[in-house]
Design a protein around this ligand. Structure first.
Ligand SMILES: Nc1nc2c(ncn2[C@@H]2O[C@H](COP(=O)(O)OP(=O)(O)O)[C@@H](O)[C@H]2O)c(=O)[nH]1
Ligand SMILES: C=C(OP(=O)(O)O)C(=O)O
Length: 427
């Protein structure tokens, strides 16, 4: 049955490509690309247009509208395993390890740009001759050009996934909705951990506006994909934000910080512009609840740059007797004053994306308890008993009795290997 539908779809595909308006009457297709999962009928005209526009540019073979279900997640994890993008970590429950292209391991600030009509609306303008360090600006024409140079046909042969997601609990009045298009199943599975995503979000959205997020892993200009299990285009990686139209565009990287667009791109950067216009704040801050021995609870928020300890402080285990600490958020805080003038905050995320090295039962016991179930590890080392390893676990995992494979897939021996077992920014 399945084969028949696909064959029929292939024929319709050809016909559809020849029509003046490629969507006429073809509810299983968008511009000739077969919808292999999800129902076009449930999409609002705005969501459908967003998909259609990008299908026309990116030319995917298939479209998968994500419902966020457990079944879908399992199918995608299985697909990723078949492609060699992830491997199961048999020591734990539903845990996986991804190894990226070694050139795609972190966010790239220098390639992260904000698009506004005037430079002064995006970044402070330094004196002539001085290089600014606070963000990068791109003009609308520059953004259009950057996109044209990269996105044309970039999903040929691939599946375009459509991820409806909510930053903040779906029913919360503070939540904001985005739709992310991506050609990475790793991104879909990761977005399922980091956000609330799927069918329920589409139902909440109705025909309202949403933050438009477009992501493609890209292919190098010369067509040579060095690591087929992790396609990317490090040379041309670019992360663009257009606050005016609430658009995010990310090309060339599969690394979480660049590709999970709900996180830094939406919750922080676009979020801060939405917040400014609506009179609230989106900040790069952890939120921690502290209850003293008398039962009085207070919250603190703390702003540290990336890789400076937000996740670890947010997961603090108190050493002072009688105190209780509760993690609300480890990266981004959405804050506003309520009608009584009390500052309230939510964590718009739904999961954690912490740096692995340095994490152990002494430095962060809560993280250690959390990560042995339903976790996607990226660029950590693996052990022959199906576990993970990184710098900082020397006193907890006896590597002399195990074989260790480093984050690049090579044999690693403690005290002998000259490189680290895990990438310093492994997550
Ligand atoms: N020495 C030391 N390292 C820390 C401390 N807090 C965090 N780290 C390490 O710094 C790195 C980044 O930590 P993380 O909490 O993920 O930072 P985030 O990116 O700001 O959330 C990890 O390797 C941590 O183990 C600390 O208080 N002391
Ligand atoms: C998510 C990231 O930031 P942080 O280090 O603040 O967690 C990142 O840099 O990819």
């Amino acid at each position: 049955m399945c084969i028949l539908i696909c064959r029929y779809a292939g024929e319709v595909n050809k016909i559809a490509k020849g029509l003046a308006h490629p969507n006429v009457g073809l509810f299983t297709h968008i511009r000739g690309a077969c919808v292999v999962s999800g129902n076009l009928q449930t999409l609002s005209p705005k969501v459908r247009k967003f998909i259609e526009d990008n299908v026309a540019i990116c030319q995917p073979d298939e479209i998968h509208i994500c419902d966020g279900s457990e079944k879908e997640n399992k199918q995608l994890l299985c697909l990723l395993q078949k492609k060699g993008t992830i491997m199961p970590l048999t020591k734990y429950e539903n845990c996986w390890l991804a190894r990226t292209n070694p050139a795609d391991t972190a966010r790239v600030e220098s390639k992260t740009l904000i698009c506004t009509e005037h430079e002064r609306d995006a970044v402070p303008i330094p004196k002539p001759g001085i290089k600014g360090t606070l963000g990068h600006w791109i003009s609308p024409a520059g953004m259009d050009k950057a996109m044209q140079e990269r996105f044309g046909n970039c999903m040929k042969g691939s599946t375009m996934y459509v991820i409806p997601f909510s930053m903040g609990p779906i029913q919360s009045p503070l939540a904001k909705i985005g739709i992310q298009i991506t050609d990475s199943a790793y991104v879909v599975c990761s977005m399922r951990i980091m956000t609330r995503m799927g069918q329920a979000v589409l139902e909440k959205l109705g025909n309202n506006d949403f933050v438009k997020c477009l992501h493609a892993v890209g292919r190098p200009k010369n067509g040579k994909v060095e690591y087929p299990h992790w396609p990317c285009d490090p040379e041309r990686t670019i992360i663009l934000h257009k606050p005016l139209t609430q658009e995010i565009v990310s090309y060339g990287s599969g690394y979480g910080g660049n590709s999970l667009l709900g996180k830094k791109c939406f919750a922080l950067r676009i979020g801060s512009t939405i917040a400014r216009s609506e009179g609230w704040l989106a900040e790069h801050m952890l939120i921690l609840g502290i209850t003293n021995p008398q039962g009085k609870k207070r919250y603190i928020a703390g702003a540290f740059p990336s890789q400076c300890g937000k996740t670890n402080l947010a997961m603090l285990t108190p050493t002072i007797p009688g105190y209780k600490a509760e993690c609300v958020g480890d990266d981004i805080a959405w804050m506003r004053f309520d009608k009584n003038g009390v500052l309230r905050a939510i964590n718009p995320e739904n999961g954690f994306f912490g740096v692995a090295p340095g994490t152990n039962h002494t430095s962060n016991p809560i993280a250690m308890k959390t990560i042995h179930k339903n976790t996607i590890f990226t660029n950590v080392a693996s052990t022959s008993d199906g576990g993970v390893y990184w710098e900082g676990l020397e006193h907890e995992i006896d590597t002399s009795k195990l074989e260790v494979t480093d984050w690049k897939g090579n044999k690693w021996v403690r005290g002998e290997s000259k490189t680290t077992a895990a990438h310093p920014n492994s997550r």
